[in-house]
Design a protein around this ligand. Structure first.
Ligand code: NDP
Ligand code: 2IT
Length: 448
């Protein structure tokens, strides 16, 4: 069968028509389809069964009203969502995001990506994502609790340990998971592993908190290791200062790299002396306990400077975008390349715009796409599910080894499907390897 150059265009025309006004979703689907369509040209079964078309359609989308009362006694209304994207290889699995920017388009892109990412982990998990346009910033603990309880009152009807297992994402950490798990347990009168990222006292797994950031750095280390190099001695620019960013920074330090920046939505701090362990603890406390702003770092560390905007103009060997989607534009990607970046490992989901991805691929640097690089978080979520089902808890050293093994095997899988001569196109490798397992399961099920 010959490759038809208009196939991607025709496929995307259909996706765009059926999902109007959803630019992030179109972007995520196009990125995958650009690699999968050429791959399936000589595999008629996937074409006859319309596998890619079916994968681009969520199994179901649940949208609901979330009412809650603020501390002033005012009634507030938000919109909640759960996108159950694909459960071909396991229960729907994926995080919950609370951020004012949340839209259906963003959650559909995240659920679509999650399906491929979860497939890459090798664990039996389907793809899903949820959230709300609720802004936890500036809210009291009691307000966050009332919101989480109201959100879970509706969500609880649609999830379950064998159906759909949510976890955290932007704006949802240990505090929110605790409130939501408490409400699920109360409503259903059962103690089961229906959420991951739980506190250690109630079924959480060791190293789940660290896993996404650590995993993104392990992936970079694997890519560098393949060409006889390592993170040791490398200068690293990291964006974000939340869960993923701070543990990515921690692992860089453990591997002997230098962390030059961290950021939040207000801007970034650049510390030419390097953000060491002590400074990183200061930032974790500032952002996660005090819920302050990254700019306050320069009040204590006087050699550092604060800048509005994003950190991609700072010269580095390794860039780790760990904040949010589309935070590296084509112009910023070209700036990173011009300044000599050698590795980009995406801790956030879809942090690079398509033009930026094209620049990294053309530049033949080591570029790890998010669905491969940040899969360590959901992988340890999968291990948390296993521990909950068996009512056991594994030791930290066992989990550390499992996480490293999973990241290595995702890396090797990308090499298998993404090699182009000496060079590896990790984007192609991740998209094709993630596709195959889900596609084969869908073929086995027939038309469902
Ligand atoms: P957190 O809420 O812990 O931290 C998010 C960080 O990113 C904060 O520093 C926040 O700044 C910044 N940020 C959020 N939105 C924006 C924005 N629109 N513009 C600029 N900065 C922004 O979230 P996580 O660390 O958990 O998630 C970060 C990324 O990693 C997301 O893309 C998420 O989907 C992805 N991810 C997370 C996983 C996990 O296990 N938690 C797993 C895999 C991927 P501020 O404080 O100002 O809001
Ligand atoms: O994007 C992601 O992989 C996550 N937010 C984590 C999902 C999970 O179920 O642990």
């Amino acid at each position: 069968m010959t490759v038809r150059t208009d196939d991607l265009g025709r496929f995307m025309e259909g996706v765009t028509r059926r999902n109007p006004g959803e630019p992030e979703f179109h972007q995520a689907v196009k990125e995958v389809a650009a690699n999968v369509i050429p791959y399936i040209q000589d595999k008629p079964v996937y074409q006859e069964m319309q596998i890619l078309e079916r994968m681009a359609e969520p199994d179901r989308v649940i949208i609901f009203r979330v009412c809650w009362e603020d501390d002033g006694g005012n009634i507030r209304v938000n919109r909640g969502y759960r996108v159950q994207f694909n459960n071909s290889i396991g229960p729907y699995k994926g995080g919950i995001r609370f951020h004012p920017s949340v839209t259906l388009s963003i959650l559909k892109f995240l659920g679509f990506e999650q399906t491929f990412k979860n497939s890459l982990t090798g664990l039996p998990m389907g793809g899903g994502k949820g959230g709300a346009d609720f802004n936890p910033k500036g809210k009291s603990d009691n307000e966050v609790m009332r919101f989480c309880q109201s959100f879970m009152t509706e969500l609880s009807r649609h999830i379950g340990e064998n159906t759909d297992v949510p976890a955290g994402d932007i704006g949802v950490g240990a505090r929110e998971i605790g409130y939501m798990f408490g409400q699920y347990k109360r409503l259903n009168n059962e103690f089961v592993g229906v959420l991951t990222g739980k506190g250690l006292e109630f079924g959480g797994s060791l190293i789940r908190t660290e896993a996404t950031g650590y995993g993104a750095v392990y992936f970079a280390e694997n890519m560098l290791g393949r060409i006889g190099d390592s993170v040791k001695g490398k200068s690293c620019v990291v964006s974000g200062s939340g869960n993923v960013a701070t543990y990515a920074a921690e692992k860089i330090l453990q591997l002997g790299g230098k962390v030059l920046t961290l950021s939040d939505s207000g801007g970034f701090v650049h510390d030419p002396d390097g953000i060491n362990e002590e400074k990183l603890e200061f930032i974790k406390n500032l952002k996660q306990v005090q819920r302050g702003r990254i700019s306050e770092y320069t009040d204590t560390y006087k050699n550092a400077t604060f800048h509005e905007g994003r950190p991609w103009g700072v010269t580095c060997d390794v860039a780790l975008p760990c904040a949010t989607q589309n935070e590296i534009t084509e112009v910023e990607a070209k700036l990173l390349l011009a300044n000599g970046v050698k590795v980009v490992s995406e801790g956030a989901n879809m942090p690079t715009e398509q033009g930026g991805i094209d620049a990294f691929i053309d530049g033949k640097i080591l570029f790890a796409p998010s669905k491969a690089a940040n899969a360590g978080g959901v992988a340890v979520s999968g291990l948390e599910m296993s521990q909950n089902s068996a009512r056991i808890s594994w030791k930290e050293d066992e989990l550390q080894v499992l996480l490293q093994d999973i990241m290595k095997s995702i890396h090797d899988n990308c090499v298998e499907y993404g090699s182009e001569g000496e060079h590896v196109n990790y984007l192609k490798g991740a998209n094709v390897a993630g596709f195959i397992k889900v596609a084969d399961a869908m073929v086995a099920y027939g038309v469902v």
